[in-house]
Design a protein. Structure first.
Length: 474
């Protein structure tokens, strides 16, 4: 959640100018007469407004937001069927935490956990424990807390007096893992990028582990370029480490995106609970889980991987309810929408939807490569996501110029620099989601093609504010 100051310190417009901000039709009086008052922007109005007036003011200001369907930066779902929207509207007033009052909503959550346990090949799905969250970031925090608590129990004689826990991961991890290490006082040990490797190297990760390592995070679908990290190879490297040193390091798989892609499109890829070293997995229901923002999932192989002392039990809402979450109250709408989507699509439906997104990404990547000005880093053949940079012989513009010019056409395509040790590399990233059709891909390509003559005609790159670049870690 971004932090905001209470006021932007901009002088309030005069009362007359503020009145002109209102469409006269929004008033209950004669539209030929001006509104008699205008609400302030940075303090509560003295009195109420008619609902149509309040709606009109908010609606008009929101028109200046970008079009979510043209946002190729976000992994988050921007389209669902109308029936899903109706269900969400019917459940928006149900508090997800109040399982005694809304037992059917709680049952749908339980079924979703069971479906994911089966989808991720748990040896004993009935032994799996899991929960819904507000998103994959909260799910990662919960998984990290479980890793730390298990390590703490094993090292009670050394922690906190002499031992500082650490977490090993690639430098390409989503920013929530950096937050976790900061908030829970964990030393982050990150494997840098090298050459053409843009994610974690299994052997390098194993070499960073020691007796204070609470776990290793593997990313199934990097936000930087859409590539899968080699989870099976990571587990094999840690198996070898255990044989040499006796260190038994668990693996958490951050499947925020890939956890809902690989089971349908890459069935032979072994990354999940089939690997005994994988103790927990998370995913975003609101990414390739195909649900509007607000839902994630965290699953543990068994109750052994989730220490009981982390689970709180409350009874003041009626009944005895175990809860493991960073927050408490939240709407049940997104969980219901997740169950609806599981029920609506099934395995074959998910396979069709994700394959369509991958086909659009792969085709668009090749078409952009064929323009001759760009070099692909990934091709959309893992996550439906690809990253590209300008070709070596392009000197008159850079990826930041491309991003800026595409924004003028309504497209939101992020440009950003890679982290250590590839800060020299600046890229564009295109995320293809359900709702981004081949027709929209053709329109993006057409706009890009029309911009190239002007970009080629520049004397030099025009984008100077590299500090504004972002990897869009969401």
């Amino acid at each position: 959640m971004p932090l905001h100051k209470g006021s932007n310190h901009v002088q309030e417009p005069s009362e007359e100018r503020r009145r002109l901000a209102l469409n006269p039709f929004f008033g209950e009086a004669d539209p030929t007469a001006g509104m008699t008052s205008a609400p302030p922007r940075h303090r509560l109005p003295d009195g109420p407004l008619p609902p149509s007036t309040a709606y009109g003011l908010v609606h008009d200001e929101l028109m200046l937001d970008g079009n979510s369907r043209l946002n190729l930066a976000t992994f988050v779902t921007t389209w669902m069927e109308p029936e899903a929207g109706v269900l969400m509207g019917e459940c928006r007033d149900k508090n997800m935490i109040d399982k005694d009052e809304y037992p059917r909503t709680a049952e749908l959550e339980r079924r979703c956990v069971a479906m994911l346990a089966d989808l991720w090949n748990a040896p004993d799905p009935s032994a799996v424990v899991g929960c819904s969250t507000t998103g994959s970031s909260e799910a990662c925090m919960l998984a990290g807390m479980a890793l730390k608590r298990r390590w703490t129990a094993r090292n009670a004689d050394r922690y906190p007096s002499t031992a500082r826990p650490n977490l090993v991961m690639g430098i390409n991890v989503q920013v929530c893992w950096e937050k976790f290490c900061n908030f829970w006082e964990i030393e982050p040990r990150q494997v840098p990028m090298e050459g053409g490797r843009f994610h974690l190297d299994p052997q390098a990760a194993a070499e960073l582990c020691d007796e204070n390592t609470i776990g290793v995070v593997g990313i199934l679908g990097s936000t930087f370029d859409g590539s899968y990290e080699p989870i099976a190879e990571l587990c094999a490297a840690l198996d070898a480490l255990q044989e040499r040193t006796g260190l038994d390091i668990p693996v958490h798989v951050d499947g925020a995106s890939g956890g809902m892609v690989a089971p349908f499109l890459d069935e032979d890829l072994v990354w999940d609970f089939r690997l005994p070293r994988v103790s927990s997995i998370n995913t975003s229901g609101h990414k390739y889980g195909l649900v509007y923002p607000g839902v994630g999932w965290a699953l543990w192989r068994s109750g052994t991987e989730l220490p009981e002392e982390l689970v709180f039990r409350v009874n003041y809402l009626g009944g005895d309810m175990p809860t493991f979450a960073l927050n408490f109250s939240r709407p049940g709408a997104q969980v219901v929408a997740q169950y609806y989507t599981f029920l609506r699509l099934g395995r074959e439906g998910y396979r069709a939807v994700q394959q369509a997104s991958r086909d659009v990404a792969s085709r668009l990547a090749v078409q952009i490569e064929d323009l001759g000005d760009f070099q692909l880093l990934t091709r959309g053949d893992e996550l439906p996501v690809f990253a590209l940079t300008t070709a070596d012989d392009v000197r008159t513009y850079d990826v930041f110029d491309v991003s800026r010019r595409l924004r003028e056409r309504g497209w939101l395509v992020p440009a950003y620099t890679f982290p250590a040790n590839r800060q020299d590399l600046s890229v564009l990233r295109v995320v293809c989601r359900n709702g981004f059709s081949s027709d929209l891909g053709e329109l993006l390509l057409e706009d890009l093609r029309s911009l190239l003559p002007e970009l080629r005609g520049q004397s030099h790159p025009l984008s100077n504010d590299r500090g504004a670049a972002t990897a869009f870690h969401h």
